[in-house]
Design a protein around this ligand. Structure first.
Ligand SMILES: Nc1ncnc2c1ncn2[C@@H]1O[C@H](COP(=O)(O)OP(=O)(O)OP(=O)(O)O)[C@@H](O)[C@H]1O
Ligand SMILES: [Mg+2]
Length: 254
């Protein structure tokens, strides 16, 4: 791998650098829209970010700020217009790193005609979990995310509620025991118990030393879960903020 694809801090070999799990340097994304593709939407502007390994990082921002776009770029699902990024020191899209990343999309779309159990079985296969361990792993995850085995086995996912899909989504994000977990609005669509359970799952992952990067609109969730968080104005990243007082300052100054 060439140095151009490596977080410069990692390339330098410093001890601090090895702990950067998610790194982005001046990422930009401009979409072209309209019939002639002549209209530009600046979704991300000069976004730089460095999340240390083991940190729970919350990105808080209004609708349309570019939070999902950033996640999709980091996951290699969307190509940035310019800029660079690494996950665990390897370039985004690197095959080796994909096995170490979990992702809960904002609007999970799964195979409607599969049951949750079948879908998770498929995901377990993709993550190369040995056949003998698959059922055990799925049972463990279902219990964790609060989805009954009866629903998981007995219903196709087109019959699931939004909250049930969110729970299956969380289970599939964790199936490969990833080191870095990206969650796009993890509380979305969940009832109060579901929100509590989701918060507990994230806190348990945090206790295991996983790196968690999540998007949210909800200040309370970010405050309760994240070690560090950042409030994001439209399309451009602010300087990282680490405490409530920074948030207060930022609010006070607009
Ligand atoms: N495929 C696309 N084509 C054109 N514009 C897009 C596309 N995807 C996103 N955008 C635009 O980029 C901007 C950022 O969108 P994004 O979904 O990243 O925001 P967000 O912060 O995740 O919002 P929300 O909180 O509503 O989920 C918006 O103006 C959106 O309309
Ligand atoms: Mg979004």
């Amino acid at each position: 791998m060439s140095d151009s694809h490596v977080n410069p801090a990692i390339a330098s070999g410093s001890t601090e650098s090895t702990s950067i799990a998610v790194w982005a340097d001046r990422l930009n994304k401009t979409y072209r829209t309209g019939f002639w593709l002549n209209r530009k939407v600046e979704s991300l502007k000069d976004c730089s970010i460095a999340v240390p390994a083991g940190e729970t990082f919350g990105l808080l921002g209004p609708n349309g700020a570019g939070k999902t776009t950033l996640l999709k770029i980091l996951l290699g699902l969307v190509q940035p217009t310019s800029g660079r990024a690494t996950i665990l020191g390897r370039s985004i899209g690197d095959q080796g790193v994909r096995q170490q990343v979990g992702y809960l999309p904002e609007n999970p779309y799964f195979y409607d005609y599969l049951t949750g159990w079948e879908f998770l079985g498929l995901m377990a296969q993709l993550f190369e979990i040995p056949r003998s361990q698959r059922s055990q792993r799925i049972l463990q995850l279902l219990e964790w995310v609060g989805l009954s085995v009866k629903s998981a086995k007995g219903k196709q996912m087109r019959q699931y509620s939004k909250g049930m899909l969110q729970r299956v989504g969380m289970a599939q994000a964790l199936i490969g025991n990833p080191e870095v977990i990206f969650l796009d609005e993890p509380m979305s669509g969940l009832d109060p118990l579901g929100r509590y359970q989701m918060r507990e799952i994230i806190l348990a992952l945090k206790a295991q030393g996983k790196t968690i990067f999540f998007n949210s609109h909800i200040l309370n969730d970010v405050e309760a879960i994240a070690i560090a968080w950042r409030f994001w104005h439209r399309a451009s990243c602010c300087v990282p903020e680490r405490s409530m007082s920074c948030w207060e300052d930022r609010r006070a100054t607009g």
